[in-house]
Ligand binder design. Structure first.
Ligand code: HEC
Ligand code: HEC
Length: 313
């Protein structure tokens, strides 16, 4: 009798769950989320957006160059896709100007998902569930355009605004400690970081040359790829710094393994890349930071991590 009851409970539970799934409201964001985590968008069904943009690391990766289809390496370091809603250019060289447009590049990129866009659209149309879901959301079957729209809509939900620095700014409890407040002041004035990492997400939304181009071992010309203007050689998108403590390694080439390495670099760029071409004038003089100041600055960068990554649930 007891066993029968148990079986009945399980059966009804399953029935309830499946009908719940069917009626759960679908929208652009949820459809985009499904696609972001689905390897259907890669040629051999082995790679999804989330293979490189890993949720646990603020949607960045932990290696210098992520692996795409067939173990091929991406050409640059994988940036976070959190806090992208307010950006006006994407990729380290800014070659995409909207998230909708950006989303199609990694699918077609041979080192990443290696699936021509017409092929991707065909696959989604041949997939019963996706075909129906696209129709529900867009009143249209899958196209390149609505595929980009769905992925963009999901990524725009990945905003973070609950860090010790945010609380400190709002005079709320559990803000930054004294060391982090000292670090913030250094970030703002002596270390000149604010010149480029400014605004709520710590970026001026522009392209700058910090000295990681010398035409030899540092040979990615960055923004130049998108504009073909000589003045843009060696410029890269100024990345936002929210959650930066969990997105190592750093820079467009993943060449710096820790925040301390980044700080040592800015302290005296010339000591690390002496033959840089076109380094920004803001970075011409060494900063002369003391050991204690370097530690304070690093502590401040840790205060930009959202609670969802630091609080154990
Ligand atoms: C194989 C790893 C890999 C996969 C898979 C991948 N990406 Fe990326 N993503 C990267 C790399 C590397 C960059 C930087 C490339 C560059 O700047 O040239 C990047 C850049 C981005 C950016 C720009 C962020 C910024 O701030 O400029 C967005 C947005 C993005 N990817 C979204 C996606 C979406 C959506 C998918 C799935 C359709 C996806 N990525 C799949 C590695 C990957
Ligand atoms: C002249 C503008 C400028 C100044 C000043 C500046 N940055 Fe940057 N920052 C950039 C650019 C551009 C990049 C990307 C460079 C690249 O990848 O080649 C970057 C990258 C970074 C990164 C790596 C982020 C990632 O996701 O890979 C960190 C961390 C960082 N900066 C912190 C700082 C700190 C701390 C200071 C002050 C000591 C500072 N920056 C000063 C422009 C600047």
């Amino acid at each position: 009798m007891k066993r029968l009851l148990l079986l009945l409970t399980i059966a009804f539970g399953a029935l309830f769950f499946s009908s719940f799934l069917k009626t759960k409201p679908i929208n652009k964001e949820r459809l985009g989320e499904m696609l972001f985590f689905d390897s259907i968008l890669s040629s051999d069904y082995s790679v999804s957006c989330a293979s490189c943009h890993k949720p646990a690391f603020a949607f960045a990766d932990t290696v210098a160059f992520s692996k795409g289809v067939g173990g091929r390496l991406a050409a640059r370091n994988t940036p976070t896709v959190m806090n992208v809603a307010a950006r006006d250019a994407f990729f380290w060289d800014g070659r995409a100007v909207t998230l909708e447009e950006q989303a199609l590049f990694p699918i077609a990129n041979v080192n990443e998902m290696n699936l021509p866009i017409p092929e991707a659209v065909k696959r989604l149309n041949a997939h019963n569930t996706y075909r129906q879901l696209f129709y529900k959301v867009f009143r249209q079957y899958p196209t390149a355009k609505n595929l980009g729209q769905a992925l963009a809509a999901y990524q725009m939900t990945l905003e973070t605004a609950d860090s010790p620095n945010d609380r400190w700014l709002n005079d709320e409890p559990n803000g930054m400690n004294e060391q982090q407040v000292r670090g913030r002041e250094l970030f703002r004035v002596k270390a000149k970081c604010f010149e480029c990492h400014f605004s709520p997400d710590f970026t001026v939304d522009d392209f700058r040359n910090i000295g990681l181009f010398n035409g030899k071992n540092y040979n990615d010309s960055g923004r130049y790829y998108a504009t073909h203007q000589a003045a843009d050689i060696g410029k890269f998108k100024v990345p936002g710094l929210r959650n930066v403590a969990i997105t190592a390694p750093y820079m467009h080439d993943g060449s710096m393994k820790t925040l301390r390495e980044v700080i040592d670099y800015y302290n005296e760029p010339n000591a690390i890349v002496p033959d840089a071409i076109g380094r920004d004038t803001v970075l011409l003089q060494p900063l002369h930071l003391s050991e204690a100041e370097k530690q304070d600055l690093e502590a401040f960068l840790h205060a930009l991590t959202d609670d969802r990554f630091t609080q154990k649930k």
